[in-house]
Design a protein. Structure first.
Length: 263
């Protein structure tokens, strides 16, 4: 009888459905989380509007990006493919001495990449990933780089508790020179902490240092950032993001608002 009962249970049991991971968009913030999109799912993450102000002794530059988007596709349980594109950007530069204004509106470059989890692809506990990428110079000369580039990120996240997570993202890039005649190395390191204020609302504080070895304009930028995300549904998040330049080389500020949706 016991064997018969076991056989009947096996025949009528419903196969277990794999539990979907918590949604983990990369917006907002400076750091890149190490979590991977679930296999077969797509995350579309868009900066609806993104404004950057850069004031220099002889000029003021305002750059507005519209619809800057990253699409992440879960290829396996531990690997995702990525494509990013800025469909439109507008740059306004005013000469402080003459008052002359130069305006340009154009598309941005395309980025392609793969993010592979090295530990805990769901982002739990200590999570580590490797993220190589390339950029294709399909955009205009003001919004785009004008030349192909590449880079490598090593996102690391660590959950201290259900409410607190630490993030770090070291990065090295081969960036096109300002003169567009070659490439140079750029190094950066970002770190921060995220706090769950409620089940749906999270707050993040971050800092970043960028060492840009452009032979025509060598700079070291220091940045601070604050952001807030509201997960309205399991697969939907809205966000606000702000950066402040902490030294002369960095842009004065950047403000952005975005939305992320998993399908």
């Amino acid at each position: 009888m016991k064997r018969l009962a076991a056989a009947l249970i096996a025949l009528t049991a419903t196969p277990a459905v794999a539990q979907q991971r918590d949604y983990c968009p990369e917006r907002p913030g400076i750091n890149t989380p190490a979590c991977i999109v679930d296999k077969g799912h797509v995350s579309v993450e868009t900066a609806v509007v993104d404004w950057t102000l850069d004031r220099q002794p002889d000029s003021r530059t305002d750059t507005v990006l519209i619809g800057d988007t990253m699409v992440r596709l879960g290829v396996t349980d531990s690997v995702e493919a990525r494509i990013g594109w800025t469909p439109y950007g507008h740059q306004r530069t005013r000469d402080r001495q003459s008052g002359a204004i130069d305006r340009v509106g154009q598309t941005g470059d395309v980025s392609l990449g793969l993010k592979a989890s090295l530990l805990h692809p769901d982002g739990s506990g200590l999570s580590i990933a490797a993220l190589p990428y390339v950029t294709l110079p399909v955009g205009g000369s003001a919004i785009g780089a004008g030349k192909a580039g590449a880079g490598f990120l090593l996102p690391v996240t660590y959950e201290l508790s259900d409410a607190v997570q630490l993030d770090a993202t070291p990065e090295v890039d081969a960036q096109p020179n300002t003169g567009r005649t070659g490439r140079h190395l750029q190094y950066s390191a970002a770190g921060g902490a995220s706090f769950k204020l409620t089940k749906a609302v999270s707050f993040t504080a971050e800092a970043q240092v960028i060492q840009d070895n452009d032979p025509d304009d060598r700079t070291t930028q220091a940045l601070g950032a604050l952001s807030v995300g509201w997960q309205a549904k399991d697969d939907l998040q809205f966000d606000l993001f702000g950066i402040v330049g902490l030294n002369h080389d960095a842009p004065d500020m950047e403000l952005a608002a975005g939305v992320s949706r998993r399908f």
